[in-house]
Structure formats: C-alpha cells, structure tokens
Ligand binder design. Structure first.
Ligand code: SAM
Length: 207
C-alpha cells in the first residue's frame, strides 16, 4: 500500500505557503465553507478545550478565537502547515505536528474535537475515530466536515485516489458512511448538515 500519511505530509508541506490564497475548490474553497459552518455551529456551545485534527494553516481556530475564549489545540501531519498556523495565529494556540491515528493527548481531555476536510486523507479511518473518541470528554462533540459522495462517483473517486493521485487522498465517504463509522465507534450521531451536494458536516456525541 502507498504510504498515504507520507504523501499527505509531502503534498501539504509544498502547499503550505500558498494554501490559504489558492482558492480552488479543494484548496481552500471547500475547507473554508466547512470551517465557517463549524464556527457557526459552535456559537451555540460552551466549551473550554477544543482540538482541531488536520488543522492545516489554522483557519478554523482563528475563526473560533474571534468568537470565544477557550484553549485551542491543532494537530497536523505537515510541519509546514503547522508553521503557517503558528505564524498566523495571533492569540495563543497549541499547534503540534502529528498524526490523526496517534494523538499525543490524554484520554478525556477535550470538550470538542473537529476534523475539517482532512478525514479523506486518513489511511486508518477507524483508528482516527477511535482516537477522537478517546481524547474527548464524556458528552463531548466530534464534528467532522468533509467533501464526499456516495454511489458510483465514490467508487470512481476512490479508484483514482488509489491508483493515480500523489496527494495523500485515501478515500471519500458519503455522510451516511461517516454516520455509520461514528456509530460503530460508539458515538451518537446528533446532526448531519448538507452544505452542498458534496460537502457535509456530521456531529457525533461521546456517550
Ligand atoms: C485539505 S487540508 C484541510 C486543512 C484544514 N482543516 C482546513 O480546513 O483548511 C487537509 C489537512 O489534513 C492534514 N492531514 C492529512 N493526513 C493527516 C493525518 N493522517 N493526520 C493529521 N493531519 C493530516 C494535511 O496535512 C492537511 O493540512
């Protein structure tokens, strides 16, 4: 199997300095749509500690810092994306280089864990969900927003990812697929929001 984590790291290390300004669908139009939706959702929640997995250049954390004081943590596999996030974040946030499948945080640490337009890069999706569950406090929220689809289009995309792409994209999922993975790992799905035909946000709660 290709080393998808290494490919993602290499790809985003190259993208880091232009990522925020690129403005194509994937970099960073769709991520901005997801981040803005998640920031809107989080206006309704009180929280003290939030983790953003696959935080990239830290756009979500900057949006959230502007609306609520809390402790913010971001983790990403690409050291260069993390470097940009650190340079752009004027308020204090804890940015770390690391993988979604081995989070360097203690059990039951966060009130909210987000994963924005990053899950389709994960070669170990079950491990990533288990890790998110582990670091969340009881009744904490896991908010996953991504681009994906179902049916033949999904199989076509995944074939292309597997055989032709070098950007670390591993697999796309429909929102129903994400709900199923969350439920399999003991989350209660509390809401699924369709942002377009391809972009969705799924909110799960640790029970
Ligand atoms: C499309 S970008 C989205 C970045 C950010 N969440 C946003 O919305 O702008 C995907 C991000 O996921 C990160 N990533 C990919 N695989 C990862 C993994 N296994 N663990 C942690 N981060 C990962 C990439 O380095 C990249 O920064």
């Amino acid at each position: 199997m290709k080393d998808f984590e290494q490919l993602s790291k290499k790809h985003f290390d190259k993208q880091a300095n232009i990522y925020d300004e690129t403005n194509t669908f994937y970099y960073s139009k769709f991520p901005k749509i997801s981040c803005e939706n998640v920031a809107e959702i989080l206006k309704n929640y009180n929280y003290e500690k939030l983790l953003d997995i696959g935080c990239g250049t830290g756009y979500l954390i900057r949006l959230l810092q502007a609306q609520r004081q809390a402790q913010y943590f971001g983790i990403d596999i690409s050291p260069n994306m993390i470097e940009v996030a650190k340079n752009k974040s004027k308020d204090h946030a804890n940015f770390t280089v690391g993988s979604s499948s081995a989070l360097p945080y203690a059990d039951n640490t966060f009130d909210i864990v987000c994963c924005i337009q990053s899950f389709h890069h994960y070669p170990y999706p079950d491990k990533a969900i288990k890790e998110a569950y582990r670091v969340l406090k009881k009744h904490g929220l896991y908010i996953l927003s991504d681009t994906g689809c179902g049916g033949i289009a999904k199989h076509f995309d995944n074939f292309i990812f597997k055989h032709f792409m070098r950007s670390g994209d591993y697999a796309v999922y429909s929102s129903k697929d994400i709900e199923k993975i969350m439920i399999k790992h003991h989350f209660k799905v509390i809401e699924t929001i369709k942002l377009s035909n391809y972009i969705y946000t799924v909110i799960g709660k640790k029970q």
